[in-house]
Design a protein around this ligand. Structure first.
Ligand code: FES
Ligand SMILES: [Fe+2]
Length: 391
């Protein structure tokens, strides 16, 4: 890491190769055609974090995910597996599951419009009321829901809308790329709180914002109080290199004297049992392109997954995870919720400022990325490389 001479070092400096370079150009944040291209070439081809297995504990439990024009059903099936389908009935195109979260009896997906019923195990149409069996020109056998590739890793549900997509393991270089985070035992954590935010900004601004802590001292007084951005940062991407989509963003250190990354720095819960003393004094950040980041602290894990609804509108789902014991015993969790709820809202406001400014004529050619923004530059390169790939 190279550091500034004499100046205040943010995030422990930047790598040798970091340089000044242009940002995305203005239109890349607001042009509809560009957005459509990103959806086709990035979102329809990437592994996306849909949620957590514990959100659908019982057969027939489901939740839905919306991005751009697509709505998807993620459901626990009769065999216990988790499957994903486009939320589109093959009769006349109605939504099948109309709630964000719900339950379909015995895992049979029944359309609310004319009651066609599908098997969540394989998407097959089981029955179409009032259509005689054996009638010419129609057979339930030939009708199926459109399914989406689904894989589970460490309790996370990953989906990929590209039927030809390589496996999650291949795409993420699992498990090697993840090994350093195994001590957080995320497979056994449970969601203790979930919040959904709507931000009037392009999705890329949200990932860019998450990629740097240059802004932390300015807009995050609460977070900067506990993990000051000018404390040394523990970089781990020398030991575990980044992959195309997994970016190891290192660990920030607690201010000496504080115990936890929360509102007041005090400990309200035991640290996860496999952490060393050094781990407890840090919060690790992992970014997974194109759309999520995982923040691992001593006694909770916070995740954010963003979903673009339109070129200038994005939904962000935040999840706070704790050990089952913490949740069963009713231990306090508000300290962890508050720090990321407040910090996230500060981030979203800044992203909205940037969305407004980026649409100006004077931002046509974009702005300037500094060496401190080196991870923002990595994200920009990733987006441009994906867009440049042949279809
Ligand atoms: S649209 Fe679904 S049953 Fe008619
Ligand atoms: Fe921030």
């Amino acid at each position: 890491m190279k550091t500034t001479d004499g100046g205040t070092t943010i995030e422990g400096g930047w790598p040798q190769e970091a340089k000044f370079e242009p940002t995305f150009r203005g239109y890349e944040y607001s042009n509809q055609e560009n957005f459509n291209r990103e959806i086709e070439k990035i979102w329809m081809k990437s592994w996306l974090l849909a949620g957590r297995v514990e959100e659908v504990p019982n057969v027939g439990d489901y939740f839905t995910v919306q991005f751009e024009k697509e709505n998807l059903i993620i459901m626990r099936t009769q065999s216990g597996s988790i499957e994903t389908y486009y939320n589109v009935c093959m009769h006349r195109g109605s939504l099948l599951c109309t709630e964000e979260k719900g339950h379909m009896s015995k895992g049979y997906i029944t359309c609310p419009y004319h009651s066609w019923m599908y098997d969540s195990e394989n998407g097959k149409l089981l029955s179409a009321p009032n259509i005689p069996k054996g009638i010419e020109g129609f057979s339930c056998e030939n009708v199926r829901l459109n399914s989406v590739k689904t894989e589970i890793w460490d309790g996370y549900i990953w989906i990929n809308l590209d039927p030809e997509a390589p496996s999650l393991e291949e795409s993420f270089h699992l498990p090697k790329s993840w090994s350093i985070y195994e001590k957080y035992d995320m497979k056994n954590l449970k969601v203790g709180a979930q919040k959904t935010y709507t931000v009037e900004a392009n999705w890329k601004l949200i990932m860019e914002n998450a990629s740097e802590c240059y802004h932390c001292g300015n807009i995050h007084p609460e977070l900067s109080r506990v993990t000051p951005p000018n404390r040394p940062r523990k970089w781990i991407d020398k030991d575990i290199p980044d992959t195309t989509v997994l970016k190891h963003v290192g660990a920030m250190e607690l201010k000496p004297g504080l115990e936890r990354v929360n509102m007041d720095g005090k400990a309200y819960r035991q640290p996860f049992e496999n952490l060393t003393e050094e781990d407890v004094s840090k919060i690790f950040y992992l970014h997974i392109f194109p759309h999520c980041y995982i923040c691992m602290s001593a006694d909770y894990v916070f995740i954010a997954a963003l979903w673009p609804l339109a070129v200038d509108k994005t939904i962000i789902k935040g999840y706070w995870m704790f050990t089952p014991e913490v949740l069963e015993n009713g231990e306090p969790i508000q300290d962890a919720i508050d720090i990321w709820d407040i910090t996230s809202k500060e981030d979203w406001e800044a992203c909205e400022w940037a969305q407004q400014g980026n649409q100006s004529r004077v931002y046509e050619n974009g702005g300037i990325l500094t060496p401190i923004d080196w991870r923002v530059a990595k994200f920009k390169h990733y987006v441009h490389e994906e867009l440049a790939k042949p279809v």
